[in-house]
Design a protein around this ligand. Structure first.
Ligand code: SAH
Ligand code: F3S
Length: 482
């Protein structure tokens, strides 16, 4: 199920139920990570209170917002191409249309955006979305508007996000914002600021609300969820300065996970992403204790070479990572584990690359996301190292591990042949309108004939066949979770 994210396709456009009385039209499009999709839902909620309904038709829009990604150069190029498209629509069809850039590129480029891209009227960073109504008032008066201030506090905990383009079954719930890890290749700490956690009370309220509206699965989101720490608000790095009472009553990620699992015992709970240096065994033990916490950990390692891990400022060794994998498998024998890998990081030799290959052979991940290194302005790697691995070498190494991952995924899906798995039905299968598609707790896609089952049902499925990414089977009844 390895997937190289296709950064060339149009981003998903988002649509929400029309609000009566709103007469301006918002076209909002998102690129990049799950956090961006979740943020766009927050933005649409904020703008619903400022007179906007969403539209899926770019040509009708009064306001076009693009939520952008800076993680690799290609992601930024995709957004530049979209801006050209908006420009053409504005020039030829809809001259009154206003255009705003949100997200990581807004934060990275700031006022440069207004200079470089004449089409852009509005630039808003990831912590400034509540200021959108004020900024739009400035744009309405004919001025360019910008707010890229990063915050110590903002978690949007008090905003109840509308669910855009939702299947009504699965939803993202963000729990931390920002990242303090400073991996040397990564632009996120610069674009999303320092790490802060959201009030657990507001997280629980959001989950209860989702359950009451029929949702059956949530994914707790953060750049580094295991580092979640609530002590009454503020930055993670300021925890040392908290009072004794705040320290004694602090909520860690495993506490939060337990709280979510207990509060909604039938809601499936997932989380993403875990950085190996911050994933503690109490989290794995909490997963083992609660049936409704899914047995899957996305555990990006980036490289199997100790020298490269050090250059990347990943604060663990290959051996520590392998010990963590062993511990996860000891506590939860059937836990699915997935990866992110970067090939062609500066100075990566063939021997370093072979360490990545041998680590993959050791873990045999269920699936993964693999990338060639893309130098990002302002990061430590860009400032201190030369991007010296030739493009064709990067591409060859990428292809090698994509092929290897396909073999491993196939081994992993085959383990399910002739077993019964629980599938939460999400939608019609893309390949057949007589089949449902859903996922198992291990996050593997499964398809089976629809019969009388419905979207949102938990169904036991007997697996009769599989591909490297998908289980194929027949329903044998509702699961006890239903
Ligand atoms: N902790 C984050 C990581 C965000 S970036 C999370 O929530 O997933 C997602 C993945 O993109 C990283 O794990 C890494 O594999 C890849 N990535 C990040 N910066 C990159 C770069 N400069 N070049 C290539 N890939 C990169
Ligand atoms: Fe980026 Fe490393 Fe944080 S990959 S998001 S700096 S954990």
């Amino acid at each position: 199920m390895e997937k190289i994210i296709d950064e060339n396709k149009q981003g998903d456009t988002l649509i929400l139920e029309p609000q009566e009385g709103n007469n301006r039209k918002l076209f909002i499009e998102s690129y990049g990570c799950a956090m961006n999709f979740s943020d766009s839902e927050i933005v649409a909620s904020i703008l619903a209170t400022a007179g906007f309904n969403t539209t899926q038709n770019l040509e009708d829009a009064d306001l076009v917002l693009v939520n952008t990604c800076s993680i690799r150069d290609k992601a930024e190029q995709t957004v530049r191409k979209r801006l050209e498209k908006y420009n053409a629509v504005k020039r030829d069809i809809n001259p009154k249309m206003k255009v705003g850039v949100l997200g990581c590129m807004a934060e990275r480029l700031k006022t440069k955006f207004l200079e470089e891209e004449k089409i852009v009227d509005l630039v808003v960073g990831p912590d400034a979305y509540k200021d959108l109504p004020n900024l739009l008032a400035e744009v309405d008066e004919g001025r360019d508007a910008i707010n890229v201030i990063l915050s110590k506090e903002e978690t949007y905990g008090d905003i109840s996000p509308v669910r855009l383009n939702s299947n009504g079954v699965t939803a993202f719930v963000s729990i931390t914002r920002g990242c303090d890890n400073m991996c040397t290749f990564c632009v996120v700490p610069f674009t999303r600021g320092r790490e802060r956690s959201r009030d657990p009370q507001s997280i629980i309220e959001e989950i209860n609300n989702l359950w009451n509206r029929g949702f059956k699965e949530i994914t707790l989101l953060g750049q580094n969820v295991d580092s979640y720490l609530w002590y009454g608000g503020g930055l993670k790095k300021d925890f040392e300065k908290a009072s004794d009472f705040e320290k004694a009553t602090a909520v860690t990620f495993s506490n939060l996970l337990e709280l979510c699992a207990k509060t909604q015992p039938k809601m499936r709970i997932r989380f993403s992403t875990s950085n190996p240096q911050d994933l503690t065994l109490d989290v794995v033990e909490t997963m083992a204790k609660y049936h409704n916490i899914c047995n899957h950990i996305h555990l990006p390692v980036q490289s199997g070479s100790n020298r490269i891990l050090k250059e990347m400022n990943r604060l663990h060794t290959r051996e520590e990572y392998m010990a963590l994998i062993d511990n996860i498998r000891r506590i939860i024998p059937n836990c699915a584990i997935s990866q992110d890998m970067i090939v062609g990081f500066p100075t990566e030799t063939e021997a370093d690359f072979q360490d990545t290959v041998s680590l993959m052979d050791y873990v045999k991940y269920n699936f993964g996301y693999m990338f060639t290194y893309s130098e990002r302005p302002g990061t430590m790697a860009q400032r201190k190292m030369v991007d010296d691995v030739p493009e064709e070498v990067k591409k060859r190494r990428l292809q090698d591990i994509v092929d290897l991952q396909r073999e491993h995924s196939e081994i992993r899906t085959k383990e399910h042949l002739n077993t019964i798995v629980e599938v939460l039905v999400e939608k019609e299968s893309k390949k057949s309108n007589t089949q449902w598609s859903g996922r198992t707790p291990q996050n593997i896609v499964a398809v089976f004939p629809k019969e009388h089952y419905k979207v949102g049902d938990f169904v036991n499925v007997k697996v009769t066949d599989c591909t490297s990414a998908t289980l194929i089977g027949d329903a044998v009844g509702y699961s006890e979770n239903n």
